[in-house]
Design a protein around this ligand. Structure first.
Ligand code: SF4
Length: 252
């Protein structure tokens, strides 16, 4: 294991959700087939990213939907195997188009400028932990207030699970605070799958407790690497886990 550990919020969630899953994915680097939901998410994210290159008045549903075919061709060119999982292209583009229409019910992108899109945030939280991640959008208002936005193409979490869902954005807010000394005013998860938005106003205490949690996870991970100890942790996520067929928790 090389120190510092280089972690993103999604890798940290992998480890938290199931250390064995983290091992298959990060330590063993076992291949995983493309996921149709993840690829749809990539396409919609690309369009929402590129939409802000148009002048404000042109950021309309028609412009966004008009970007879909060319962005899809780019995606396909980069990953030709996608043609095997996207067998009905019209249905595929219609579904992406429906998600974009939901976006316009939740926000009007002609009314603001996106200061940063896909901004890379990074920080060495300790000698042992380098933390980084790409933020979908980070807006800085003329007043200096910051909001961090993440688009999700799935459905919003069930009541009671919002805090867990906000973990990734809290990590970004922590990185921004560490790097710029500015407390993010608003975290916003935009769920296009069901048209809901989860919002939170982080406090410094929230960010400090996120930092403590991250440092503890880094210690746990270091111990796992040292002892080569990767326990399984079964949950509903097992139903989506590509490694279920080789996982000891399901094959004893
Ligand atoms: S099937 Fe479940 S327990 Fe096994 S690795 Fe995947 S998430 Fe972990």
């Amino acid at each position: 294991m090389e120190l510092p550990l280089r972690l993103s919020p999604s890798r940290i969630s992998d480890f938290n959700n199931c250390p064995q899953h983290y091992k298959y994915r990060v330590v063993d680097q076992l291949p995983e087939p493309p996921s149709i939901d993840a690829e749809r998410g990539t396409l919609v994210h690309t369009v929402l990213h590129d939409l802000f290159e148009s002048p404000a008045a042109e950021r309309t549903p028609e412009t966004a939907i008009g970007l879909l075919p060319s962005r899809w061709l780019d995606q396909l060119e980069a990953k030709p195997d996608l043609a095997k999982i996207v067998t009905n292209e019209k249905e595929w583009l219609d579904r992406a188009s429906a998600l974009l229409q939901v976006y316009f019910q939740l926000e009007d992108p002609s009314k603001f400028e996106a200061t940063h899109r896909e901004i890379h945030l990074e920080n060495n939280l300790s000698e042992k932990l380098y933390l980084h991640g790409y933020v979908d959008r980070l807006d800085v208002a003329p007043t200096g207030e910051v909001r961090i936005i993440d688009y999700k193409t799935g459905k919003s979490p069930k009541p009671g699970w919002e805090e867990k869902a906000l973990f990734q954005l809290r990590v970004y807010a922590l990185l921004y605070w560490k790097n710029h000394g500015v407390l993010t005013r608003l975290l916003q998860l935009i769920y296009l799958g069901d048209g809901k938005v989860v919002r939170s106003q982080p406090t410094i205490a929230d960010l400090e407790s996120t930092e403590k949690m991250l440092l503890q996870i880094a210690r746990d991970l270091e111990a796992s690497y040292e002892k080569d100890y990767w326990p399984t942790k079964t949950s509903r996520l097992c139903d989506w886990c590509h490694f279920k067929t080789i996982c000891p928790a399901h094959n004893s």
